[in-house]
Ligand binder design. Structure first.
Ligand SMILES: [Cu+2]
Length: 160
């Protein structure tokens, strides 16, 4: 009889410890708000006269879902390509990113001097400091985003 009493007491103790029902929040919690892809720190480097290419840079911060920067365009260039730098036999070369630029959820992709960049091809009017270059970025999931790239020399921050 003593053993049965001890077991009953133990069972009561365990029952007291376990919650009688799941917390309210567990059943009414909403899905986290979907975060949008962000475009930060966009700028373009000045281009010297007589050169028909120019480079633009920016930082992409992935949202809740994976995305891909598929293409870019600008009224200031015949075409805009997404370029990456690669080492080829000890020489730095650039080439177009094939298949788009992946922007994984929550990850940051930086386009900066010496690395990936937007390459403006067929530029007829040089990029001069102080002006803004409109660029439309097309993403597989986020659609089109049109932004302005302020033109300034590398290393300078944007003047507000
Ligand atoms: Cu390039």
């Amino acid at each position: 009889m003593r053993i049965h009493t001890a077991l009953a007491a133990l069972a009561l103790a365990l029952a007291a410890c376990s919650p009688s029902a799941p917390p309210e929040s567990a059943t009414t919690a909403e899905a986290p708000t979907a975060a949008a892809l962000e475009i930060r720190d966009a700028w373009a480097a000045p281009s010297p006269g007589g050169v028909d290419v120019a480079a633009g840079y920016l930082t992409l911060v992935g949202g809740s879902a994976d995305d891909t920067l598929v293409s870019a365009s600008s009224p200031r260039a015949a075409s805009v390509e997404i370029h990456e730098m690669t080492m080829d036999g000890g020489a730095m070369q650039m080439r177009a990113v094939t298949g788009g630029l992946a922007v994984t959820a929550g990850q940051t992709v930086t386009l900066a001097p010496g690395g990936m960049h937007l390459m403006f091809m067929g530029v007829t009017q040089p990029f001069t400091p102080g002006e803004n270059i409109p660029v439309t970025l097309t993403f597989a999931n986020s659609g089109e985003r049109t932004i302005d790239l302020p033109v300034h020399p590398p290393g300078q921050t944007v003047q507000h």
